[in-house]
Design a protein around this ligand. Structure first.
Ligand code: ADP
Ligand code: MG
Length: 157
């Protein structure tokens, strides 16, 4: 299985990578974000939004669950933390197979509803402002996307 790891040492670093991902993103891309509280999932999403040309400030959608932003293509930002194990279907497919890019924080909570092809991004605290970011592409589209994204980055692993 393909897996790529990068390290960042500031929120700006993390956003630089996700901004690039946002520039490469296409309609119906699904990115899932995993990581402890404060690991940087929302920070990552902010950079992604910038790369998609979103001008509004992206905040954690914890109380809305799903927020939509206008960019070059729409960004659907979901934080399903509050759903816990309720297994509630909020019409996720409308987003996954819609006309924008979907980002899901805490996606394992809606595992049953996720498409089989997606990019999993896990963020880890590595002391201070250091973060490890592991990219696990599922499906050809995302393998190519990761290779394009990391072409000029130093990749460990
Ligand atoms: P999450 O959504 O995973 O709970 P947030 O993105 O809301 O996390 O918060 C991450 C916090 O960590 C922010 O305050 C951010 O400024 C800080 N931070 C420090 N270093 C980094 C880094 N390398 N990457 C991302 N965030 C970082
Ligand atoms: Mg968050």
């Amino acid at each position: 299985m393909n897996e790529y790891k990068v390290r960042t040492s500031s929120p700006e670093d993390t956003m630089k990578i996700s901004e690039k991902l946002g520039m490469l993103a296409e309609e119906q891309d699904v990115f899932i974000l995993e990581g402890d509280l404060g690991a940087g999932k929302t920070t990552f999403t902010k950079g992604l939004a910038k790369g998609l040309g979103v001008n509004r400030v992206v905040n954690s959608p914890t109380f809305n669950i799903i927020k939509e932003y206008k960019g070059r293509i729409p960004l659907y930002h979901m934080d399903v933390y509050r759903l816990a194990e309720s297994e509630e279907d909020l019409g996720f497919d409308e987003y996954f197979y819609g006309s924008g890019v979907t980002v899901v924080e805490w996606a394992h909570l809606i595992e049953h509803y996720l498409p089989s092809s997606l990019l999993k991004i896990s963020l880890f605290h590595e002391g201070g402002n250091n973060r490890g970011i592991v990219l696990e592409p599922k499906g050809e589209r995302y393998i190519r996307l990761c290779e394009e994204l990391l072409k000029n980055e130093s990749i460990s692993n």
